[in-house]
Design a protein around this ligand. Structure first.
Ligand SMILES: *Cc1c(COP(=O)(O)O)cnc(C)c1O
Length: 217
């Protein structure tokens, strides 16, 4: 079933849109089934879970960190992930930079936007995104390649639309600045229930869990 789900989603996605399979709580076997169906990028929320899956699957997949990354996990994370989608502070970016420098890697990162401006949520506030990007650009082993957002949880995907629009506006604004060492290429927005709306609003990377793997227990 997982295999077929991936095939179907890939068939439907417009050209140039990347699918990230959001794999939290899924076993390496389930992830491998998704890879069989054509999935190329696995999104993980926790470093420890990613490590377990990475040990079994390795470089047959690309690995994206899509959960909040704690600074004390940065060292381990840089050894596993091909992209960190959730950078929201200069302190975290510096930690990633430090460990990447040691292993001679340049980490592509997305800036996570707290598009709902919710106090308890991770992500940088929309008004602070530009300043954060400017603080990160001098870091040689981190490369800003776009933005990611979750948006407030909503049952109705239409309710997510304004937050996707807001994030896309920041993306366009940053792109127009032509900041050195910044390449605005990826806009990661939308999950199982909202990715169609996200695509309409310019997402070119969608993170889908339930629609690939089924309901989480
Ligand atoms: C779980 C998760 C998703 C996917 O959610 P589904 O509703 O299962 O598709 C996307 N992004 C992040 C950051 C997640 O944690």
């Amino acid at each position: 079933m997982i295999r077929e789900n991936v095939r179907k989603i890939l068939e439907e996605l417009p050209e140039g849109v990347q699918l990230v399979g959001a794999a939290k709580t899924r076993t390496p076997e389930e992830i491998m089934e998704a890879l069989d169906g054509g999935l190329e990028i696995v999104g993980e929320n926790y470093v420890q879970e990613a490590e377990r899956a990475f040990q079994e699957i390795g470089h047959r997949a690309k690995w994206h960190m899509i959960g909040h990354l704690q600074r004390n996990k940065a060292k381990k994370a840089v050894g596993i992930f091909d992209m960190i989608e959730t950078v929201d502070s200069v302190r975290l970016a510096k930690e990633i930079d430090k460990w990447c420098q040691r292993i001679g890697k340049v980490m592509p990162v997305l800036i996570e936007i707290n598009s709902g401006e919710e106090a308890q949520k991770s992500g940088v506030m929309p008004g602070q995104a530009m300043a954060l990007v400017n603080e990160i650009t001098p870091l040689e082993n981190v490369r800003v390649m776009g933005l990611m957002t979750m948006g407030p949880f909503a049952g109705d995907p239409e309710e997510a639309r304004p937050y996707f629009i807001k994030t896309r506006e920041i993306y366009e604004e940053l792109k127009a600045q032509h900041i050195p060492n910044v390449e605005m290429r990826y806009l990661s927005m939308g999950m199982s229930n909202s990715y169609k709306v996200a695509l309409e609003e310019g997402a070119n990377m969608v993170r889908i869990g339930t629609k690939i793997f089924g309901e989480r227990e």
